[in-house]
Each structure stands twice: as C-alpha cells, then as structure tokens.
Design a protein around this ligand. Structure first.
Ligand code: AMP
Length: 172
C-alpha cells in the first residue's frame, strides 16, 4: 500500500477552500497501483459470499467494478439524483462540502444478497451512511463496507452503524 499511497495526489483547496482533496486518479492511472488496489480490495472479501458490490458515484465505480469482477459478484451503481432510469429509492445527507442525495434502483438488491458497499474516500461519513441506509432498507443478508482511503481525523466512522464491518486500504 505504500506504493499506492505514493501515487495519491493531494489537491489543496478543492473543491473549496480548506479541503485537502485526496485525488485517486493519479493512482488509478498507474497500472501497478490500480492492480494493488483491485487485488487487496478483493482479497479482503474473498470467501465472504459477496453477491453484489454497490459502488458510489463516481469514483466508487472504479474499485467497486474491479471488486465485483474479482469476487464473481454483480455490480450496483449508487448514483446522484435523476441518473438512474427505473424505480429508485433515495436518501439525502450532509457532505464535507455541501448537501447531496444518493439513489439506487429499488430492485438492485434482494433479501438473498450479501452486499459490499465501496467508495473511494471516507471523509465525514455522510455519503456512506446514506448508502448503507438505502441498502439496509432492502434487507440483504449482510452488508460490508470498504474504502480505499479513510480520513480518520474527520471521524467518518462515527456516522456508520456500530455493527457495520468497515475496512479501509489506506488510513490518514
Ligand atoms: P463524506 O460523505 O464526507 O464521507 O464524503 C465522501 C465522498 O466525498 C466520497 O465519495 C469522496 O469521493 C468525496 N470526498 C469527500 N472529501 C474528500 C476528500 N478530502 N478527498 C477526496 N474525496 C473526498
């Protein structure tokens, strides 16, 4: 992971003043870093019976798709409002820099599913807490949560359910 860490770019004051943005595009474009991210993420969840990986728009689509492919699971996009074409459920939440809404298709998850929800960065936790609530409302057997990067100084885990199994590949 030290190699991946060396490929993450800090962008100061993006998208607004005071935010240090952890830019993973510089890791995703590096073949070795992308391979390590995909491999390590998948290794954490092999043998856990994951049937669906939910990736959060848009940077969560990258690691989420790789994990789904590697784990032999299906991929489900959690998207910004108005993007998904069929019947959706939605949840609003506060972000580190503003408010937002997230949606998934109502038929994306069933009670037989074991779900991994993936996003690139855990900041204040609002995005993942909303995604967790959406998935939970569809009653899957179990829900796991993963991030590539966790910004532990923002205490995002405090917003996630206490019983949720959460992993991060890199913690700052
Ligand atoms: P939050 O809801 O505060 O945990 O924010 C997480 C979402 O916003 C993720 O989808 C990230 O892609 C993005 N995000 C928030 N803060 C940052 C940051 N400092 N660096 C990179 N991405 C961030």
């Amino acid at each position: 992971m030290e190699y991946v860490k060396s490929k993450v770019r800090d962008v100061i004051d993006f998208p607004q003043k005071g935010v240090v943005f952890k830019d993973l595009t510089t890791a995703f474009k590096d073949p070795r870093a992308l391979h390590i991210i995909g491999w390590d993420l998948s290794q954490l969840y092999r043998g856990k019976g994951i049937t669906k990986v939910v990736g959060i728009e848009s940077r969560g689509f990258i690691g989420g798709s790789i994990a789904a492919f590697e784990l032999g699971a299906g991929f489900v996009p959690a998207r910004k409002p108005g993007k998904l074409p069929a019947d959706t459920i939605s949840c609003s939440f506060d972000k580190e820099y503003g408010k937002d809404v997230i949606e998934i298709h109502r038929d994306a998850i069933t009670e037989d599913d074991v779900v991994l929800i993936h996003d690139d960065v855990l900041a204040t936790g609002g995005t993942m807490a909303a995604a967790y609530n959406l998935v939970k409302s569809l009653n899957p057997k179990k829900i796991y949560i993963n991030f590539i990067i966790e910004l532990s100084f923002l205490h995002g885990r405090d917003l996630l359910p206490a019983d949720a199994e959460v992993t991060s590949l890199i913690t700052y």
